[in-house]
Design a protein around this ligand. Structure first.
Ligand code: GLU
Length: 311
């Protein structure tokens, strides 16, 4: 069973690229071979932990977009802000195993510490707070510094067989699992949620492929079962850059409501997505349901798609 999910952050409108990823995640789940009597579940999870970037009304808009494209989901929408206990439990588990340490570094200090005079800047955490003495910690606390919590993962590696990218492996630094405002960090919440929700196949944009080794390391530390991964190619603008708002300026915009306002129909938008995935002929207009029998994960394009305003 390949239970899947779509996990947007309610921080801004979904654009055609995000919606194409949602369509793919839905197709992976909905076209999975039924095991027993029921097919794979598809769930929607709102990754709403980042309260600084949270925007009122965006969740409703994102869900309306999915519905408008005929992408349905099973069970209630899950919100991370309603599951804080689960994340705290995982953090305590890591802490009891001696895997965490407080880090007092600011972003600027890390940037300064890792910018080699003659080389590329690596944003890996250099381990500054790993070996602080308790006296040094007390000093930093007394100075009003609020620590984040980092997991001891430097030097660990993980590999996985991605359904689209093939074999991948990568290393890790000591990354943050709880931010200094007390909220759990993405790398932790995503792991806890995927395991707790029984997700067997994570389908998401390939910009997140580099995060996967860290997430697998956490799955292992927490003794949670690991999902499979399919990192799907992104949609680019005509200039070859990742699709962004500016690509839609002067052409009516790149969100679903922009496209509908510009006179397109949901079937037409889906038709473009399907064409870009090799699942439809030019000009075909269809429903998401129509794509299920045509979908073959092994024949997906490996290359990014380019959105051209003229269609
Ligand atoms: N919430 C993340 C985003 O909107 C996606 C995380 C994931 O799919 O693992 O980019």
């Amino acid at each position: 069973m390949r239970d899947g999910r779509f996990a947007p952050s309610p921080t801004g409108s979904l654009h055609l690229g995000n919606l194409r990823t949602a369509l793919l995640a839905w197709l992976f789940a909905r076209s999975a071979e039924p095991v027993g009597t029921s097919g794979a579940r598809f769930v929607v999870r709102m990754e709403d932990m980042d309260r600084d970037r949270f925007r009122e009304g965006i969740e409703e808009e994102q869900l309306a977009d999915l519905r408008c494209l005929g992408l349905d989901w099973d069970g209630p929408v899950v919100r991370q802000t309603e599951r804080l206990d689960l994340y705290e439990e995982a953090i305590s588990h890591l802490d009891e195993a001696g895997m965490l340490y407080p880090c007092y570094c600011t972003r600027r200090e890390i940037r300064k510490a890792v910018s080699a005079p003659h080389g590329p800047i690596s944003m890996s955490y250099p381990g500054t707070c790993r070996r602080l003495t308790s006296r040094e910690r007390a000093g930093l606390e007394a100075a009003g510094r609020k620590p984040s919590l980092r997991v001891r993962a430097e030097g660990l590696t993980a590999s996985f067989e991605d359904r689209i990218l093939g074999y991948r492996e990568g290393g890790s630094d000591d990354f943050v699992v709880r931010r200094n405002d007390g909220s759990p960090a993405y790398q932790l919440t995503v792991v806890v949620d995927d395991a707790e929700q029984g997700i067997r196949e994570v389908v998401r944009g390939d910009d997140l492929a580099d995060s996967t080794p860290r997430q697998l390391i956490l799955h292992r530390m927490l003794g949670l079962s690991e999902p499979g991964y399919a990192h799907v190619p992104l949609v680019l603008g005509p200039d070859g850059e990742r699709l962004a708002k500016r690509h839609g300026e002067r052409h009516g915009g790149i969100t679903l409501s922009d496209r509908l306002r510009a006179g397109e129909r949901p079937e037409g938008v889906l038709g473009w997505m399907a064409l870009s995935l090799g699942l439809a002929e030019p000009g075909e207009s269809l429903t998401a349901e129509d794509l299920i029998p045509r979908f073959d994960p092994d024949r997906l394009p490996r290359e990014p798609a380019v959105w051209r305003p003229e269609g």
